[in-house]
Design a binder for this molecule. Structure first.
Ligand code: 5GP
Length: 199
């Protein structure tokens, strides 16, 4: 069977604490046809994070330069730091024949959806606000003021869920991951990007 496929751009987003990062990592580890675009950020590296692998860690002047050069597919300020998806990274992955997956905040996701309407957008939801609050406190990476700010943002982000192609509730990680993997599997078979040749 001869077949060709066009690469797709998959956007995984959702409120802080919904678990999109965990699902994203699990998805990438399970499917070799997927690759992720290394984002740029102005926040400092956390312990164990490697420059060029987890993020490109840059300062504000370098970031402003990239904005001026129109280097970003999308960029946004998230929880006080600047983040951006480089067009060059996305292009490099597409050229390698893989599908690109982005784990980005809802502002960035909406920008990608505007720029690339044929992307596949997946919104990850928490099962409840109470559970989201619990996860943010358990994660222990932010102070209570920051957590309450993120919870406030979550309400507005969830209100805009209808802008995405798919919604997945992350109540149980395995179930949510399986649903995301099923969406990706189905999207790969779309006749707009999959071209089997029957001989
Ligand atoms: P963290 O700093 O904890 O790695 O990520 C914080 C938030 O920034 C997460 O919600 C993550 O999805 C988001 N993020 C990471 N990279 C990008 C990016 O390139 N663009 C946007 N808009 N958000 C990003």
């Amino acid at each position: 069977m001869k077949e060709t496929r066009n690469g797709m751009l998959i956007v995984i987003s959702g409120p802080s604490g919904a678990g999109k990062g965990t699902i994203f990592k699990k998805l990438l580890a399970s499917d070799e046809s997927l690759s992720f675009s290394v984002s740029v950020t102005t926040r400092g590296p956390r312990e164990g994070e490697v420059d060029g692998v987890d993020y490109f860690f840059i300062d504000q002047a370098e970031y402003d330069q990239l904005v001026a050069e129109d280097a970003f597919l999308e960029h946004a300020t998230v929880h006080g730091n600047s983040y951006g998806t480089l067009k060059s990274q996305v292009q490099r992955i597409m050229d390698s024949g893989k599908h690109v997956v982005l784990d980005i905040d809802p502002q960035g996701a909406r920008e990608v959806m505007r720029q690339q309407p044929d992307c596949v957008s997946i919104f990850i939801l928490p099962p409840s606000y109470a559970e989201l609050r619990k996860r943010l406190y358990t994660r222990n990476t932010d102070d209570p003021v920051e957590i309450e700010r993120r919870l406030g943002n979550a309400k507005g982000e969830i209100d805009l869920m209808h802008l995405y192609d798919y919604a997945v509730v992350n109540d149980d990680l395995e179930t949510a991951y399986a649903q995301v993997a099923a969406i990706v599997a189905a999207e790969k078979q779309r006749t707009t990007r999959y071209f089997p040749v029957v001989e």
